[in-house]
Design a protein around this ligand. Structure first.
Ligand SMILES: NC(=O)c1ccc[n+]([C@@H]2O[C@H](COP(=O)([O-])OP(=O)(O)OC[C@H]3O[C@@H](n4cnc5c(N)ncnc54)[C@H](OP(=O)(O)O)[C@@H]3O)[C@@H](O)[C@H]2O)c1
Length: 329
């Protein structure tokens, strides 16, 4: 039988770019009371992980070193502590943790896990938490409904693509900003693409055909000015700075934040199971190639989520469709 007493964990000893990340062997203690140890199958990466690692976010300045990375994961329960009633060895789960998901195993409180439905693939499940919960929380916050015309910037990105599809699922008309490369993708998921850059307000008005009621700016350039130009009320505009606060809130580890995160994750998983949205995997990297995965994300042209896998079938690099497109330009 497989032993579960040694872990492989991504750690770093000082602030920096992705090159400070190291995959290290660490002991894996048995789970404590109320805790569950999960073998991680997939785990997502996010810009905010990188901001925290680089020291750009100082909210975590008192955390001891070495620090760990990663908040989203999907995996299989391998051990449960005393008092765990909800989970058993062998259960497939999706979960969240403040840091430490970029690992072969993660040990978390039982209340931070939700069941992974069979219909949600491993490749996508590991990237659902931060992007999905941010998207859902933002849409709820601005109360997006069927009568809305919603503009979402960076609509093909990790958060934007989930946000745009859930808004569409609610019946809203959704306009997503993107570059030429993503027009076909956004159309395929029911979003009207509009190219970002000069003259964008006119293009949005022409595409919408009626007044824009909500704007969510993921990218963080001139969002407020564009929202004003489109006549979007203050209460129905969310900035990239609002998104940053939402994400940091989802990474807090007090009891209230953890249970709120799990509630949102439950709803995100339910929506994924019902195909209210699908996550495109923009790049799938072995855990050991985490620095390369972050470099991919930092190019700011991800389409969907960048995901790490602990059991990749092959480490032979394949060219992704979007790389072929870029190479041909
Ligand atoms: N304020 C914060 O603290 C905070 C927190 C998290 C993320 N962010 C920022 O939010 C952005 C999106 O993050 P994400 O994780 O959702 O996306 P992501 O997965 O990194 O995807 C980036 C997306 O941005 C689009 N894009 C590139 N240049 C753009 C431009 N000038 N205007 C509009 N869209 C553009 C790309 O579309 P094309 O490939 O079609 O160009 C791509 O689909 C990133 O820039 C990130 O740094 C900010």
């Amino acid at each position: 039988m497989k032993r579960h007493d040694e872990n492989r964990v991504v750690e770093y000893d000082r602030p920096g770019d992705a090159d400070v990340l190291e995959l290290r062997a660490r002991p894996l203690p048995a789970p404590g009371p109320g805790e569950v140890t999960v073998e991680v199958i997939t785990s997502g990466i996010s810009h905010i992980d990188g901001f925290i690692r680089s020291g750009r976010e100082d909210a975590w300045g008192d955390d001891p070193w070495p620090r760990r990375s990663g908040s989203d994961f999907a995996g299989i329960v391998v051990a449960v502590g005393d008092g765990v009633t909800r989970w058993r060895r062998g259960d497939d789960v999706v979960g969240h943790v403040r840091a430490g998901a970029h690992a072969a195993y993660v040990t978390v409180p039982q209340a931070t896990l939700v069941a992974k439905p069979r219909g949600v693939t491993w490749e996508t499940a590991g990237g659902l938490y931060l992007a999905g919960a941010t998207a859902l929380d933002t849409l709820d916050d601005v109360r997006v409904g069927a009568d809305d015309v919603v503009v979402i910037s960076a609509a093909a990105g990790g958060v934007g693509s989930i946000e745009a599809q859930i808004a569409r699922h609610r019946g809203a008309t959704v306009i997503g900003t993107c570059g030429d490369r993503n027009f076909d993708y956004l159309r395929q998921v029911g979003i009207t693409p509009v190219r970002y850059g000069e003259g964008i307000a006119d293009r949005i008005r022409a595409a919408a055909g009626k007044p824009v009621t909500v704007m969510i700016d993921n990218f963080g350039q001139d969002g407020r000015a564009l929202a004003d130009e489109l006549g979007v009320p203050e209460t129905r505009y969310r900035s990239s700075e609002d998104r940053r606060r939402t994400e940091l809130g989802l990474l807090a580890d007090d009891a209230e934040a953890l249970s709120r995160g799990t509630r949102l994750l439950e709803e995100v998983v339910r929506l994924a199971e019902r195909r209210a949205f699908t996550v495109l995997v923009s790049g799938f990297y072995p855990l050991a190639e985490i620095a390369e995965a972050y470099r991919d994300l930092s190019r700011l042209h991800a389409r969907g989520k960048v995901i790490l896998g602990t059991r990749p079938v092959t480490t032979v690099r394949s060219l992704k469709a979007r790389d072929v497109f870029e190479a041909a330009r």
